[in-house]
Ligand binder design. Structure first.
Ligand code: ATP
Length: 457
């Protein structure tokens, strides 16, 4: 299955989903740029998340905070002190690893934790027990603000979007006149100085997150965590991710992050070389850790006065935190399929088809004149520009029609609309559906409604 990842990486580059970053200079390791199709898929994913988590609900609102927050935020949140990973190096091949990743891989293989790294083989050179004593390495990416590089101007690029939500908690709660239970959501870039970035867009130093902090009365937190775990699972499956490729992973209590009472991850069967399962998203109970820490450090009251009960308390927080790149990779891997389609002579041939949910598909409809012709082309172009008012449309008149279908199947376009010579007489077009390859004749004055009924969301 590792070759499926390679297939997706090369398809991504060839068709313009994802390119290696700065490739004209030889590339920047483990950094990627999203191309014309990738940016559409990514934006569709984010839109679906925002709808599901924010605008379709009465109890969640959104914000968009800065990437660079006051340095005090990261002191108070515990990130400066504890957002670290244990770094180790193989003394044979000098490759660096996260010690916790080596231990996890060992456990996945042997069903138990290693006694020490002395038991572990180097994933790179294969030598056993050649690791240096792990050293804590900060995951924060720092920069300097202002003209001098003294320590007074050190600033951190956020490693999570959550803190911008906590620092705005009181303002948002008051201005939006919300009462717990309610949530604040945010999507945006985060940065981590990952020791071992890799596996395509799964782990990069710069990435996008979709996070929501849901504020609840203490004591109701466990119930709400169950609720959000179910919601998040349903979001993925509702957009077509197959349950057989998903599972829950409960963090053992001794390995929880510094702020967490309980964390459960949705894992996806990414099937990378070394490991089958990888974290897609985490649903954490952050308790009142962050609000309390910021209240203490800032001297501002971040508690909530519950008028009904006549009590003052600091809300507990349930946080579903997802990564955009990881979700996109999971949806692409899951949707990728190879089946057969008839060629021009009716003979069955292999075809590649990305069975994406139409809500995620980067191109919704391709308009294809049967051939390049002075009568067909303008008709098809007119149709494409009319449909473009509603959807992202591709117009393609190059090559054999079968080949053009294949190009659309491979990028997940749900519908191809063919304008042929009959169109000039009957004012109708042929609509071909991606998965079934069934074709239907639809009149031009009904085509927009026909597509709208099938391209919801
Ligand atoms: P991991 O254990 O894989 O490093 P994490 O537990 O540190 O991940 P969280 O802090 O829970 O990750 O972040 C929430 C989500 O953000 C993750 O589930 C993932 O989808 C995404 N994410 C985190 N780090 C990265 C990264 N370096 N590259 C891409 N996505 C990331």
């Amino acid at each position: 299955a590792a070759d499926k990842i390679d297939t997706i990486v090369s398809l991504s580059k060839r068709r313009g989903f994802v390119y290696p970053c700065s490739e004209i200079y030889g590339g920047q390791r483990a950094a990627w740029d999203y191309g014309p199709l990738g940016v559409e898929l990514k934006e569709n994913l984010k839109r679906q998340w925002w709808r599901y988590m924010v605008t379709s609900r009465e109890d969640v609102v959104g914000i968009d905070s800065s990437v660079i927050l006051a340095s005090e935020v990261w002191q108070a949140s515990g990130h400066v002190a504890t957002f670290t990973d244990p770094l180790t190096e193989c003394t044979s091949c000098h490759k660096r690893f996260r010690a916790d990743h080596l231990e996890e891989a060992f456990e996945a293989k042997h069903g138990r934790e290693p006694e020490s790294l002395a038991e572990v083989n180097c994933p790179n050179c294969g030598n056993k027990g050649q690791f240096t004593e792990p050293k804590q390495f900060s995951g924060l990416l720092a920069t300097h603000l202002g003209p001098t590089q003294d320590s007074g101007s050190v600033a951190y690029l956020r490693p999570e979007t959550a803190q911008g939500i906590f620092t705005n908690f009181a303002q948002v709660q008051q201005t939006s006149r919300r009462k717990p239970p309610f949530g604040i959501a945010q999507m945006g870039k985060s940065f981590r100085n990952e020791i071992t970035p890799g596996n395509f867009i799964f782990r990069t130093r710069e990435f996008e997150q979709m996070e929501m902090e849901f504020f609840v009365k203490p004591g109701e937190d466990e119930k709400w965590q169950e609720y959000w775990m179910e919601q998040r699972w349903n979001w993925y499956t509702g957009l077509g991710l197959r349950e057989e490729n998903m599972r829950w992973y409960e963090h053992p209590s001794e390995k929880l992050s510094h702020y967490s009472k309980r964390t459960a991850d949705i894992e996806y069967r990414f099937s990378f070389g070394g490991s089958e399962w990888g974290e897609l998203e985490g649903v954490a109970n952050r308790t009142d850790f962050d609000l309390s820490a910021h209240a203490e450090a800032s001297g501002k009251d971040l508690s909530y006065f519950d008028q009904e009960a006549g009590e003052r308390w600091t809300p507990y927080v349930i946080e579903p935190a997802a990564g955009v790149g990881r979700a996109m990779l999971a949806f692409m891997l899951d949707a990728y399929a190879e089946d057969e389609a008839p060629n021009a002579k009716g003979k069955m041939e292999k075809r590649v088809v990305m069975r994406l949910d139409p809500r995620l598909s980067p191109v919704k409809v391709a308009v294809l004149p049967l051939s390049r012709n002075p009568e067909l082309s303008p008709k098809a172009k007119g149709l494409a520009s009319a449909l473009r008012q509603n959807w992202n449309i591709d117009f393609d008149d190059a090559g054999a029609i079968g080949k053009r279908y294949r190009r659309q199947d491979e990028i997940g376009t749900p519908f191809c609309v063919t304008v042929d010579f009959d169109t000039l007489d009957d004012n109708a077009v042929t609509v071909r559906e991606r998965d079934t390859m069934k074709q239907e004749r639809v009149s031009l004055d009904q085509i927009e409604g026909y597509l709208a009924a099938r391209l919801i969301g």
